[in-house]
Design a protein around this ligand. Structure first.
Ligand code: FES
Length: 173
């Protein structure tokens, strides 16, 4: 997609300047600014979640950032759904932060929205950032502390019940 944009840019520029030769000479240089092959290879991350039982989480690295994938208990889901949105700094329903029929899975980027520390995943499904004391609930929403917004939910989708792809949207959705 990036390349297509670049190509469109090149085409536009070529038309604008009417100088195809100069553009052709510039192309390899412009192309070198695009993401390298190894960066593209890590754009998505496939994670096997078959061993993550209810009440457990895994932390994986995706594009250099930690991502928590948690298998929430019934209790944690209930807490996330019943939260009083008016009391939240960044009000978001739990339903928009998880996938339909997969409400037990919470997938969030483990980077505190305050100054970027990695929050700890608590055994009760909440998160705590040790740097300046931000707390996040079982939906990854900030409930106290200096963090201004909720933990980010990355693009992800389930290939099947035991495999999740982080970093991309399901094609036909
Ligand atoms: S970086 Fe997390 S509370 Fe400041």
């Amino acid at each position: 997609m990036v390349d297509k944009k670049r190509r469109d840019f090149i085409v536009t520029t070529t038309v604008a300047f009417g100088a195809g030769g100069a553009i052709a000479a510039t192309w390899p240089l412009l192309k070198s600014f695009g993401p390298s092959a190894d960066v593209l290879a890590t754009a998505t991350r496939e994670v096997d979640i078959s061993n993550v039982g209810a009440g457990q989480s895994v932390k994986v690295l995706w594009q250099g950032k930690p991502v928590y994938i948690r298998n929430r208990t019934e209790e944690e889901i209930k807490m996330a759904r019943n939260a009083d949105l008016t009391s939240l700094k960044d009000p978001e329903r739990d339903a928009v932060r998880v996938k339909p029929n997969k409400e037990n899975w919470l997938v969030v980027v483990g980077v505190c929205t305050h100054l970027g520390c990695v929050p700890l995943s608590n055994t009760d499904g909440t998160f705590f950032c040790p740097c300046h004391g931000s707390h996040y609930d079982t939906s990854g929403r900030v409930v106290s502390g200096p963090a201004p917004t909720n933990l980010v939910v990355p693009d992800y989708y389930f290939v099947n019940d035991t495999t999740v792809i982080v970093g991309a949207k399901e094609k036909n959705v």
